[in-house]
Write a protein that binds this ligand. Sequence first.
Ligand code: ADP
Ligand code: MG
Length: 908
Amino acid sequence: MPSSQPLPPAVEALLADGTTALIRPLAPGDRAAALELHAVRMSEESRRLRFFGASRRAPEQAADRLCGPPRPGFLALGALVGGELIGVVECDAVQGRPEAAELAVAVADDWQHRGVATLLIEHLVHAARAQGVRTLEADTLAGNRSVHTVFSDLGLRVRRHLAQGEVRVSVELDESDERYRSAVDLRGRGADVASLRPLLRPGAVAVVGASRRAGSVGQAVLGKIRRGGFAGRVWAVNPHAREVAGSVAYPSLAALPDVPDLAVLAVPAGAVAGAAEECGLAGVRALVVLTSGLDGDQARHLLDSCRRHSMRLVGPNCLGIAQTDPDIRLDAEFGARQPRPGTAGVAVQSGGVGIALLGQLDRLGIGVSSFVSLGDKYDVSGNDLLQWWESDGRTDLALLHLESFGSPRAFSRTARRVSRTMPVLTVDAGRSPAGRRGAASHTAGAATPTVTRQALFTQAGITATRGIGELVETAALLHAQPLPGTRNAVAVLSNAGGIGVLAADACADVGLELPPLPAPLVAELLAVLPAGATATNPVDTTAAVGPKELRACLDLLARSGAVEAVLLCLTPTALATDPEHGPLRALLDGPARGRIPLAAVLIDQEPPVRCLTAADGGRIPSYADPQAAARALAHARERARWLAEPPGAEIPVPDCDPPRARALAEHFLRTHPRGGWLDPDAVTALLECYGLPLTTSIWARDEHTAVLAASSLRQLGHEGKAVLKAYWPQQVHKSDLGAVRTGLTGEQAVRTAFREFAGRFGARMAGAVVQPMSAPGLELLAGVVQDAVFGPLVLFGMGGTTTDVLDDRVARLAPITEPDVHAMTTGLRATPLLFGYHGGAAVDLTAVRDVLARLSRLAMDLPQLAEADLNPLIAGPHGLLCVDARVRLEPRAPFDPYLRRLRRPLPT
Ligand code: ADP
Ligand code: MG
């Protein structure tokens, strides 16, 4: 590997058993540790397997090689736990084959079979790919079963050649290997869940800082743990008290009779870091920090202790956690009541919201499997919990009220997977994405108002609501009722025509359709309903309807196949509200229940939503407002539709050069450490790595060069006119400032235009760009922005200088798939123009698809890409041509969603 490449940064990641390991390049100072690893911490047999023999000098030689001075083409990574080196991996360029490197791995005996080698190899694969390595090769002994398992389980393509008891293994590092990504995801989830076990299924808990003062948070939590009937052991730690709330208090962690898995810290901010370190030294594996108001240093020390000692951390500044599994029964939070056991996983950022949400769910009879108040989210995030709920065997509904979810790229990917198995509901707080801040290009500047965040959530399979009320209303339906089919067909039934009309309007408002019912069904319905009823949709049963008639009517609708959900609206007549004999009985106990989703609207009910319970325990949500019921149904239908769509695969893009693009980005950021806009030449170089269709642009610093450039365009085969654009850094919309001159013919016109620019813009003008004038066509826009919640988005829309006025754009999460492209090209108001409106030429949609897929790949590969804006892309019947591209880079630590590592949300 070329030595010019910077070494990969030190990162923390989870081993298969949940231990936190530090993965970093080895340095000369690690020599003693490397020697000890090979000579002492590996057995004779392990050394034989690693070195193919019993050479006594092998450990010395390995330590020298691994920890020598930096050498071109060589990289060694170490895994450290608690400061101790437990495994190494190395990779060395193969002479004469720049695409290949030789790989070797060694792990201390007592750390084998815990995923150390696999994690190290994953990180090496990442680094090697960045250097352009395509194949890793390793010589192994045929009898080395564990190393063969490591290679074959990686998820990458592996080939083996057997010769004289040795196996030469070669591993292909294909950049877009979905099988590898899934394998990494799966390992990541396993490790994550293992690391959360001491937090969410602890056998023993200590509350540190539980004071005797009544009303103190620590004491409240201690009391709740006891009253909640915790199945394990619980201790109070308090140096100033012998006893707290009836329990013996121990003066320190070290004085406890045993090591707790989990410690809840309720000490003052200044004491948090010290208490965390004490916990770590004692062997605690998870912390919940209730304390708020930590300053930067205190925060960093806290997180450092957690990482060094393999403790997962919830908080700080949180309400606590609860686990309702009957085997655990841990209620370690200081909300007013005890969470009811059930199947909803709940995670909230703010404690207050948590209390409100738990209260409302409780009233609906929806219990929780686990509850976590994440607070400031230094470590454990929404991502972790989604994976926990996906695997805990107890959760069938995920509810998140968070401002962000962890790493945006990982979140999009995890959410899409988890949503396949359970509804994931969240509140979209509607915050403007970070991409908006300070963004000046069309793409990013306009992303927020037009990009419906709702659509992005939908794409990730997430049900996003606008507030807690809507969250709870929707949860009530999804929790109690089956999903509708994918057809858009709802029936509204009411015992008062007026209410039926309101409900029908509410359905229309959220995009639900009420199809006219087929004539035979109408006839059947009228046959069972009282005289005066109408059975178009909405169905008006009249106030005289009784339970028997209603039951028959619901049953007919459910079995007809004409509709996929029913909304039953009742006004409080004496008949309707009689719980035993009224129409509600028909709804609850009729055969329609369970066949299609049913929701009731009881106009006079007190709570906005409640659940009606049938004799057999089955439940139906009932709403005070038809709009709430319609919204919940619309969410259910959206989910059904999303589930019915098979997950699309990323569109492959041939002929890209990610290593070169990365090198260009790194070069720019070395010279512009705070990031910024690339100059025209750098934009061209970067976008060309991804084969994006740019027109010829020649950079001219002065008038003379501009004139030469215009004539050289003719030599390049561009017969027509030329375009001149004045350029200076930080420039925003060129044409607004008169910095674009199109249709220039001949030398003199270019000369005059340049002089005009120079006269007008003076010293700030750095030069000009000369382009051939391209044939007219529809002006489109395509681009990329980074969203704080969703990660990279690909945008598409109507472009040109009027783009902001037209404001016609769509966005999708990267990486985009075939259905995404379809949704984008058909999702604009101006979509008919793409298909050849009014005799206009149709746009080359294959070329559009190709540009969008290439931008998506670029956005995925290059996290430093803050925004890219191709506007306009001039579309003709045969392809697209971009005549104006802008790119902004930011100094972002490269985040590869397929590289397992823990977040470091705090500045170091
Ligand atoms: P800006 O977006 O900064 O105002 P552009 O380079 O996009 O500047 O130019 C503005 C408009 O000028 C484009 O939308 C397009 O209509 C026209 N234009 C620019 N370059 C060319 C070109 N090479 N060929 C044809 N038209 C062009
Ligand atoms: Mg433009």
